[in-house]
Design a protein. Structure first.
Length: 260
C-alpha cells in the first residue's frame, strides 16, 4: 500500500488531488504523462529523506482539463500558484518527462520558493541530429514499451496502463498530451533562451537507454543550465524513476546532500 495520504488543494479554481508522504524538506514531484500520479517505490524511497508531494496534473487521471489549460507554460504558472496555496518554501522541485518540462518552465519564471531542481529525462528542448522515438507515432502498447529499456518493466506498465477500467482516463490523457506536445513535438522553441534564468542547484538525470530522447538531450540540458550536474542512470529508459527507483532516488538524495 502507498505510504502516503491524499489531500485536495485548490489553485486557479481547480481542486488538485495531491498525495503526500514522508518527512524532511519538501519535494514536489511533477509526474510524466504516461505513468502519471501513481505512488511508486521511487516515492517511498524519496520519502525516507523528504516530505514528498505528488500531484495529479489537471486534466489527467480521468479528470477534465480546465478551460485555461492550453500550453505547458499554463501548467508552470499553475504550479507556482499551487506552491503558494501550499505555503511552501525551500522546495526541492523534481519532474519527469512532461513533468520535467513543466518544472523547467516554472524555474525560468520564479525560483523564490525553490531550493533545488531535478529534471528526469525532461521534454522541452529539441536537439537536431539526435532523433528519438515519436510517442505519437505508435499504438498504445508500443508507445508504453518504448518508455523502458527492460522488457519486464514494460510488461508491468502495459498491464496497468492499458487495463480496461482505465480506458477513459487513458484517452483523456492522450488527448491532452497531444494538445500540449503535438506541435512542435515535445518541445518549446522559446524555452532554451530562458534556461539561463534558473539559479538554483540543478540535477539532470538521464536514462542511459532512453529511446524517446537519447542521452544527447541530457547533454544539451546540462550545457544550457549553468552549473548543473548531469548523471546517467544505467539500464534505464525514458522513465528512470519507474525502472530504476532506488538508483534514481539515491541520486536525488545524494545531490541534495552535497549541493552547496
Amino acid at each position: 500500500m502507498p505510504s502516503a495520504t491524499t489531500v485536495p488543494i485548490r489553485a486557479c479554481d481547480v481542486e488538485l488531488r495531491v498525495q503526500r508522504g514522508g518527512k524532511g524538506a519538501p519535494l514536489l514531484f511533477l509526474p510524466d504523462a504516461q505513468i502519471g500520479a501513481s505512488w511508486l517505490p521511487f516515492h517511498d524511497a524519496l520519502a525516507e529523506r523528504f516530505d514528498v508531494i505528488l500531484p495529479e496534473h489537471p486534466g489527467y487521471g480521468g479528470g477534465d482539463a480546465p478551460p485555461w489549460l492550453e500550453k505547458v507554460t499554463d501548467l508552470a504558472n499553475f504550479y507556482l500558484d499551487a506552491l503558494a496555496a501550499l505555503d511552501l518554501t525551500g522546495v526541492n522541485l523534481a519532474g519527469a518527462a512532461l513533468g520535467g518540462w513543466i518544472a523547467a518552465e516554472l524555474a525560468t519564471r520564479n525560483t523564490a520558493r525553490l531550493a533545488s531542481l531535478t529534471l528526469i529525462d525532461p521534454w522541452g528542448l529539441r536537439v537536431d541530429g539526435a532523433p528519438g522515438v515519436d510517442p505519437f507515432a505508435s499504438g498504445d502498447e508500443q508507445s508504453v514499451r518504448d518508455l523502458f529499456a527492460d522488457p519486464k518493466a514494460a510488461d508491468a506498465s502495459v498491464a496497468r496502463i492499458l487495463a480496461p477500467e482505465g480506458e477513459d482516463a487513458l484517452l483523456k490523457g492522450k488527448m491532452l498530451t497531444a494538445k500540449l506536445g503535438w506541435q512542435p513535438r515535445l518541445h518549446d522553441p522559446l524555452l532554451g533562451k530562458w534556461l539561463h534564468r534558473i539559479d538554483v542547484p540543478t540535477l539532470i538525470l538521464w536514462g542511459g537507454g532512453d529511446r524517446l530522447l537519447p542521452p544527447a538531450y541530457g547533454a544539451a540540458w546540462h550545457k544550457a543550465i549553468a552549473g548543473s550536474t548531469l548523471t546517467t542512470i544505467a539500464g534505464a529508459g525514458h522513465l528512470p524513476h519507474v525502472e530504476k527507483p532506488s538508483e534514481t532516488a539515491a541520486a536525488i538524495a545524494n545531490f541534495r546532500r552535497n549541493a552547496k
